[in-house]
Design a protein around this ligand. Structure first.
Ligand SMILES: *[C@@H]1O[C@H](CO)[C@@H](O)[C@H](O)[C@H]1NC(C)=O
Ligand SMILES: *[C@@H]1O[C@H](CO)[C@@H](O)[C@H](O)[C@H]1NC(C)=O
Ligand SMILES: *[C@@H]1O[C@H](CO)[C@@H](O)[C@H](O)[C@H]1NC(C)=O
Ligand SMILES: *[C@@H]1O[C@H](CO)[C@@H](O)[C@H](O)[C@H]1NC(C)=O
Ligand SMILES: *[C@@H]1O[C@H](CO)[C@@H](O)[C@H](O)[C@H]1NC(C)=O
Ligand SMILES: CC(=O)N[C@H]1CO[C@H](CO)[C@@H](O)[C@@H]1O
Length: 407
C-alpha cells in the first residue's frame, strides 16, 4: 500500500469505528445490553483530545431558546473573537424538540421555535467554522418533560443527529425508571459510534455511579456532580467533588464539573475569576453559560484570557488538583508540557490572606529556579526560587505558569 492509501485507511477506520469492533447482534441494544462488551474498547471517536470549548444555552436561557438566539449566539462567538480563541461548540440544551415523536418515531424540532429545523441550523453554524451540539436524555423524557428521551431509541436518534450534522451530544439522566446508568449510557455511545459521524459524547449522569471509573470507554466527558448554580458556595463545593476524580481524566475523556456561570451575575468578579481559573486548571470543559450577545467587558476579559485557556488546552492533558489546603487557603497545581507547572493560589476564606505555594507542594525540586508568569496580570517575574507567595482578597486567586530555568 502507498502511504496515501494507509492514511486513507486510517481515516476511514477512525470515522467508521464499527469496522474495528465486533458488531453486536441486531436485537435492540437496550434489551440485549452487554455492558462488558461495550466497555472492552476505549471510546474511539478521536474527539476530545483537549477539553471541549464552546457555549451552552441552559445556564442563562433554560427552556427559552429558539433558532434566532442560537444563530445570533454563533454570530457573536465569531464577532467577539471567542471562536478564534477555541470556543467552537454551540450547544442546545433541553427544550429544542416537540414532546411527541413523528409517526416514524423520529424526534422532531419544535415547530414554533426551530421552524427551519436542526439541519439548517447546523449548516449555518458549520459555515461559520463552528460546531453544533444537541441534547437528549437516557430516559424516556428529558428533565423539563418537554421532550422525549432517547431510552430505547438510541440507534434511531443517533442516526437522526448524524443526518442533521450534529457534532456533540449532551445526554442527561432524568425519568430513567431506576435503570442503572451503566445499562443506559453505553447503548447511545455505541449508536453514536455507528452513526457515521464523529459526535462528541457528553455523559451527564451527575456523578451518580462514579462515572470517572467507567465512562472513559463510553463518553468523551462525564459529569462528576449535580448541577452548578450561580453562587460561590455551589461553585466551590462542585469543584471539590470533581477534584477527587482527577487521576481518571486525560486526552479523550474528561471530568466535567458542569458548565460555566461566568457572566450570569450571581458572583463577584474575583469569584468568577476563581471559577474560570480553577475550571481551566482542572481541564474541565469550558462551556460558557452566559448571554454572549450581551456580556459585559469584565466577563469578556475573564473568558477570553488566552493564557488561562492555554493551560486548559495544554496537550499533556493532566488535570490539575488541590495539593494543599489550610483553613480555606488553597494551592492547586498541575503539570504542563515542557516541564512547566500551572499553579493557583486561592483564598477561599472570608478575609484577606497570604497564600504560599512552596515548590515541594507543587512537584518542583526545592532548588529549582523558575520564571513565574502571572496569567491575569500578564506579567513575568524572573528567577523565583523555592516558593511563591501572595496576598489575596477574600475569594480571590492568582494563577501562574512556572517555567523552570535550572535546578
Ligand atoms: C458479553 O460479551 C462478552 C464478550 O463478547 C461475552 O464473553 C459475554 O458472554 C457476553 N455476555 C452476555 C451476558 O451476553
Ligand atoms: C428567542 O429567544 C430569546 C432568548 O430567550 C428571546 O429573547 C427572543 O425574543 C426569542 N425570539 C423569538 C423570535 O422568539
Ligand atoms: C418509560 O420507559 C419504560 C421502559 O424503560 C416504560 O416501561 C415506561 O412505560 C415508559 N414511560 C412512559 C411514560 O413512556
Ligand atoms: C467595553 O469595551 C468596549 C470595547 O473594548 C469599550 O468601547 C467600552 O468603553 C468598554 N466599556 C467599559 C464600561 O469599560
Ligand atoms: C486587604 O484588606 C485591605 C483592608 O481591608 C484592603 O485595602 C486591601 O485592598 C485588601 N487586599 C489586599 C490584596 O491586600
Ligand atoms: C478562614 C481563614 O482561614 N481565614 C484566614 C484568612 O486569612 C487571614 C489572614 O492571613 C487569616 O487571619 C484568617 O484566619
Amino acid at each position: 500500500m502507498t502511504k496515501l492509501m494507509v492514511l486513507a485507511f486510517c481515516i476511514l477506520v477512525l470515522l467508521n469505528i464499527i469496522a474495528c469492533v465486533p458488531s453486536s447482534s441486531a436485537a435492540p441494544l437496550l434489551g440485549n445490553n452487554n455492558v462488558t462488551k461495550v466497555e472492552s474498547y476505549m471510546l474511539q471517536n478521536g474527539l476530545g483530545q483537549t477539553p471541549p470549548m464552546g457555549w451552552n444555552s441552559w445556564n442563562h436561557f433554560g427552556c427559552d431558546i429558539n433558532e434566532s438566539l442560537i444563530r445570533d449566539t454563533a454570530d457573536a462567538m465569531v464577532s467577539t473573537g471567542l471562536a478564534a480563541l477555541g470556543y467552537k461548540y454551540i450547544n442546545l440544551d433541553d427544550c429544542w424538540a416537540e414532546l411527541n415523536r413523528d409517526s416514524q418515531g423520529n424526534m422532531i424540532p419544535k415547530a414554533s421555535t426551530f421552524p427551519s429545523g436542526i439541519k439548517a441550523l447546523a449548516h449555518y453554524i458549520h459555515k461559520k467554522g463552528l460546531k453544533l451540539g444537541i441534547y437528549s436524555d437516557a430516559g424516556n423524557q428529558t428533565c423539563s418533560k418537554r421532550m422525549p428521551g432517547s431510552l430505547g431509541h438510541e440507534i434511531q436518534d443517533a442516526k437522526t443527529f448524524a443526518s442533521w450534522g450534529v457534532d456533540y451530544l449532551k445526554y442527561d439522566n432524568c425519568h430513567n425508571n431506576g435503570i442503572s446508568v451503566r445499562e443506559r449510557y453505553p447503548p447511545m455511545s455505541e449508536a453514536l459510534l455507528k452513526s457515521g459521524r464523529p459526535i462528541f459524547f457528553s455523559v451527564c449522569e451527575w456523578g451518580k455511579e462514579d462515572p470517572a471509573t467507567w465512562a472513559k470507554s463510553v463518553g468523551n466527558s462525564w459529569r462528576t456532580t449535580g448541577d452548578i448554580k450561580d453562587n460561590w458556595h455551589r461553585m466551590t463545593s462542585i469543584i471539590d467533588v470533581n477534584d477527587k476524580w482527577a487521576s481518571y481524566a486525560g486526552p479523550g475523556g474528561w471530568n466535567d464539573p458542569d458548565m460555566l456561570e461566568v457572566g450570569n451575575g450571581g458572583m463577584t468578579t474575583e469569584e468568577y475569576r476563581s471559577h474560570f481559573s480553577i475550571w481551566a486548571l482542572a481541564k474541565a470543559p469550558l462551556l460558557v453559560g452566559c448571554n454572549i450577545q450581551a456580556m459585559d467587558n469584565i466577563t469578556y476579559e475573564l473568558i477570553s484570557n488566552s493564557e488561562v485557556i492555554a493551560v486548559n488546552q495544554d496537550k499533556l492533558g493532566v488535570q490539575g488538583k488541590k495539593v494543599k489546603s489550610n483553613n480555606d487557603l488553597e494551592v492547586w497545581a498541575g503539570p504542563l508540557t515542557n516541564n512547566k507547572v500551572a499553579v493557583i493560589l486561592w483564598n477561599r476564606s472570608s478575609s484577606n490572606a497570604t497564600v504560599t505555594a512552596s515548590w515541594l507542594d507543587i512537584g518542583l525540586k526545592s532548588e529549582t529556579i523558575v520564571d513565574a508568569r502571572d496569567l491575569w496580570e500578564h506579567s513575568t517575574k524572573s528567577l523565583v526560587l523555592g516558593k511563591i507567595s501572595v496576598e489575596l482578597d477574600s475569594h480571590a486567586c492568582k494563577m501562574y505558569v512556572l517555567t523552570p530555568k535550572r535546578s
